[in-house]
Design a protein around this ligand. Sequence first.
Ligand SMILES: O=C(O)CCC(=O)C(=O)O
Ligand SMILES: [Fe+2]
Length: 326
Amino acid sequence: MSRIIENWEKTPYTISPDQIELFRTQGFIHLKKIFSEDLIGYFKGYVEDHISAPTDKYQTGFNRVKYDIFDRDAIFTALCNSSKFGGILCDLAQMNLLHTQSLGFELEKNKSIGFPWHIGTQSFGFQQWEQFGCTLWTPLVEVNNQKQGGGMAYVPKDKVSGDFMYKNVDPSVFSLVETMIEKGEDISLEEFVELRDGPLNQPAMKRILDFYAVIDDFEIGDSLLFDKFVIHKSVKLLEGEIDSRAALAMRFVDLESRYDQNRAQALEIPRKYFNYQGPTQFHLMVADQDEALLRDSMLYKGKAERFLYRQENLNYAMQKTPEQNV
Ligand SMILES: O=C(O)CCC(=O)C(=O)O
Ligand SMILES: [Fe+2]
């Protein structure tokens, strides 16, 4: 196994019951120093090598992006196979998890605006809406809001949850657009984008979300774990010594999750009707039958590094390496 992961595994990382409860209620948790500086250095090099200019309208807020990265990377595989990593995430989520995909995003100083308020329609748009999904978001440079910003803003879901977007708004918007197209009525790409982004970015909604937003600083090695109902947005990287902020987003879903074929196919509307390339076709490949278990998909079946399991004991890492626990 890779030396970077071996070294990282030597340092125990304990999750407290309070953190589990906080993650459950507000939907996100700031995990300080979850990764080593070596590991962040590795992620940064990899992400910077793989991201490129955005190819479609939804990603133009970023300087460079790439969906579906780290698929066959030995260090990443070792990380996902590690019981320390699985233990941390599954303890927080209180369930076994499937790692579905990883993405890289980069904001350029003074220029990129990133994403406005949104939820993970694309990344969790193939799963039954009520099932659990989450993102481990890791900035690959320091985020200091007194200096340059460049992090993210997120709203506790016990204040405003994005569940209604998955349950009602997204499916209704997709169905409205398809009905218009079938009837031969005109709808422009701009109108479509407004229907998709508008509900969370209209003045009154924006004001509510901005009021409840949490914006943290991140040291190198810190991550944010947030569930799919957490409404979030990018924070601009302002003038200062850092030229760009890359971040790695790893997505996970409940290991028992099932495919939602209608929802997944709706993600094809922009490609089908507006003739633009989406960032990924992953949502179509993930299963071919409605309600199929995602873990049985050809993308994941038999791939040990995709499956993360709960540990018996919250202090598992300490018990595993007692000599390190000083
Ligand atoms: O890195 C960013 O600014 C946006 C990330 C994001 O929206 C996500 O990972 O879901
Ligand atoms: Fe997002």
